[in-house]
Design a protein around this ligand. Structure first.
Ligand SMILES: [Zn+2]
Length: 274
């Protein structure tokens, strides 16, 4: 559910001055590779993925990933990757950009309130989310703290309070048919994430960005019980190695039907649409 484009366009272009903090936080330095490598790595593991765009130009001054380019990568992957474009919702032409995603076969929009510096619950954001719902898009948003900026003075100017899961509750209530994926479980506000997912069936949770053995107990319990239909496997590649993450996932020892749902079936149904 959560794959970043591991090429220099993202790692050096978008992420350049933030890679040191990411390395410190995750204990692994993501090195740029090629699209061919990305596709063959996933093919060898018989894995598919949701490939994510990036647009934090207004706040970071770094060039965004072009959504058309992202769509081209997904097309080249022959179905192995489905793309979610990224748009900074505070761009003056954000809604027009959003309207271009379906024609590019991009199924969702990836948001990052911390990097994009916006408050998802703000009144002036409502037209953006209304348009996303109207277009039938899936919203996937970063939630919880961030490896980006961590351990730096002032977190490199980035605000993690903007990525509190509960800020999306208003949107989830307003658009009951729009799926909202809260990425990375939302730690340290993972109880907000669980409460939202228990309360609203259109709220999903991706477990990317973790060595799964460290997932909080409350999260592990709900994943295998009441929320087994709303949890989604994800890696946050290239921050994590997908082969290692599959082994980690196995070690969670989830009941087989739950593991199959989280690994594959939930995402399959979500991406198939209503
Ligand atoms: Zn991510």
């Amino acid at each position: 559910m959560h794959v970043h484009v591991p090429t220099s366009e993202w790692l050096c272009g978008c992420m350049g001055p933030y890679v040191d903090s990411v390395e410190r936080y995750f204990g692994r330095r993501p090195e740029p590779t090629t699209i061919e490598d990305l596709i063959s790595t996933y093919a060898e593991l018989d894995l598919g993925g949701v490939l994510l765009g990036w647009d934090a130009e207004r706040t970071t001054g770094r060039a965004p990933l072009d959504n058309e380019w992202l769509a081209g990568i997904c097309a080249r992957s022959q179905g192995r990757f489905v793309g979610f474009g990224s748009i900074d919702p505070l761009r003056p032409d954000a809604i027009e950009r959003l309207q271009r995603l379906p024609a590019l076969q991009l199924r969702g929009v990836k948001l990052h309130p911390t990097l994009q510096g916006f408050d998802p619950a703000a009144d002036d954001l409502m037209p953006f989310f209304d348009a996303a719902a109207e277009l039938g898009l899936i919203v996937l948003t970063h939630s919880g703290t961030s490896g980006v900026g961590s351990g730096e003075p002032g977190g490199q100017g980035l605000r993690i309070d903007l990525a509190r899961p509960l800020l999306l509750d208003r949107i989830a209530a307003r658009h009951p048919r729009m799926p909202i994926v809260l990425a990375h479980v939302g730690w340290p506000w993972h109880l907000e994430t669980l409460a939202m997912a228990l309360h609203k069936s259109n709220v999903y949770v991706d477990i990317s960005g973790w060595k799964y053995r460290y997932l909080p107990d409350d999260v592990r319990r709900e994943m295998s019980r009441r929320l087994s239909g709303q949890f989604l496997f994800g890696t946050d590649y290239p921050m994590f190695d997908p082969a290692e993450q599959l082994v980690e996932f196995d070690r969670l020892g989830l009941p087989e039907p739950v593991a199959r749902r989280v690994l594959h079936d939930n995402a399959d149904e979500l991406l198939a649409g209503p």
